[in-house]
Design a binder for this molecule. Structure first.
Ligand code: F6P
Ligand code: MN
Length: 292
C-alpha cells in the first residue's frame, strides 16, 4: 500500500505538517522552472558568491509562497544578509538554502533545497529545530524530513510524494566518504585520517552539492565533510542554513555531526552568516575525527 506524505504526517502537529507539505509543493514549482532560469545574475550574495538567476528566483519563490501560509514568522536565507520578517503572528522560523549546489545546474548534476524549522526565534542553536528537511533533485525528486521522529524519505510521483523509506538508519559499516576543499588545504591530521579510510577500502563519492553528497551517506553510511581548511579554518558550509538541518537529520538517523569538537547542534551561532567545518556520518567515523 502506498502512503502519501500527508498520510505519514497525520500524527505530526497539523501546522508543522502543512508547512512540510507546502515546502514539497514549492520544490516542485522550482524544479519545473529550472530550465528557464539558467545563467548568472549580475549580483553577489552576502558570502561574495556570484548569484545565479536560479538561486535568486528559488529564494523569491520560497519566500513568496511561505508568506501565503500565514504560519511563518521569519526566514533566514542564504541569499539574504538579514532576517526576513514575514508575519509577526507566525508560529515558525525557517532557514533556507533555496538552491544548494546551484553550480551543478549548468551540468545537470544534483541540486536541492535545505530547510530548518524552529519555534524559537533565530539565530539559536540547531538543537532547537522542531523539524528539518531537504529536497533532492536527482534523476527523481526525493524529500527527506525529520520532525524529531526518525528520518523518512518520499519520492515524487504522479500520486504526489509517496513513502520510499521510513525510519532510515545509517548502515553499518559505513562505506563511503565525500570530502570538499582542496586536498592540499586539508589539515595534516585530517589528511592522514582520510588516507586511512582509503587504505581500508572506503569509496569516494563527491558530487559538489551538499544535498546529493549527504544523501549518499544517509543511504550507504560513511562520512561527508567540508572540513576546516588551512586557509579557511571555518570551512565553507553555512551553520544556520546548511549545517544545522543536516546535523539534525544525521543524528535522527543514528549518526553524528561535529565541527571537529562537538555536535554541531550544540553550537551557539554568533551571526547569521557564520561558516562551520562540517563532519557528518556514522558515529564511529565522527568520534575518530574528534580525537584527531
Ligand atoms: O552551498 C555550498 C556548496 O555548493 C555545497 O552544496 C557543496 O557541498 C560545496 O559548496 C561544494 O564546494 P566545492 O565546489 O568547493 O566542492
Ligand atoms: Mn548550499
Amino acid at each position: 500500500m502506498i502512503q502519501t506524505l500527508k498520510e505519514h504526517l497525520e500524527t505530526t502537529d497539523s501546522e508543522l505538517a502543512s508547512l512540510i507539505i507546502k515546502i514539497g509543493e514549492i520544490a516542485e514549482i522550482i524544479s519545473a522552472e529550472l530550465p528557464y532560469r539558467r545563467g548568472k545574475a549580475d549580483t553577489k550574495n552576502v558570502f561574495g558568491e556570484v548569484q545565479l538567476v536560479a538561486d535568486k528566483w528559488a529564494d523569491e519563490c520560497l519566500i513568496e509562497e511561505l508568506k501565503k501560509t500565514g504560519i511563518v514568522k521569519t526566514i533566514v536565507s542564504e541569499e539574504h544578509p538579514d532576517i526576513v520578517k514575514i508575519n509577526e503572528q507566525g508560529k515558525y522560523n525557517v532557514t533556507l538554502d533555496p538552491l544548494d549546489g546551484s553550480s551543478n545546474i549548468e551540468t545537470n548534476n544534483s541540486v536541492g533545497i535545505i530547510v530548518g524549522i524552529y519555534k524559537k526565534d533565530l539565530p539559536t542553536q540547531g538543537k532547537h529545530q522542531v523539524a528539518a528537511m531537504y529536497i533532492l533533485y536527482g534523476p527523481m525528486i526525493t524529500l527527506v524530513y525529520t520532525a524529531r521522529n526518525g528520518v523518512h524519505e518520499f519520492l515524487r510521483t504522479k500520486e504526489g510524494f509517496i513513502l520510499k523509506e521510513e525510519n532510515i538508519k545509517l548502515p553499518e559499516p559505513g562505506q563511503l566518504y565525500g570530502i570538499g576543499g582542496l586536498r592540499k588545504e586539508w589539515q595534516p591530521k585530517f589528511k592522514e585520517y582520510v588516507e586511512e579510510l582509503e587504505a581500508k577500502g572506503s569509496k569516494l563519492r563527491y558530487g559538489g552539492a551538499f544535498v546529493g553528497d549527504f544523501n549518499q551517506v544517509l543511504h550507504y553510511g560513511g562520512i561527508f565533510s567540508y572540513p576546516a581548511l588551512i586557509t579557511k579554518p571555518q570551512g565553507k558550509l553555512r551553520l544556520l542554513v546548511e549545517a544545522f538541518p543536516m546535523s539534525l537529520i544525521i543524528e535522527q538517523a543514528g549518526g553524528a555531526s561535529s565541527n571537529g569538537e562537538k555536535s554541531i547542534l550544540e553550537i551557539e551561532p554568533k551571526d547569521l552568516n557564520q561558516r562551520i567545518p562540517v563532519y557528518v556520518g556514522n558515529k564511529e567515523f565522527i568520534k575518530k575525527i574528534e580525537k584527531l
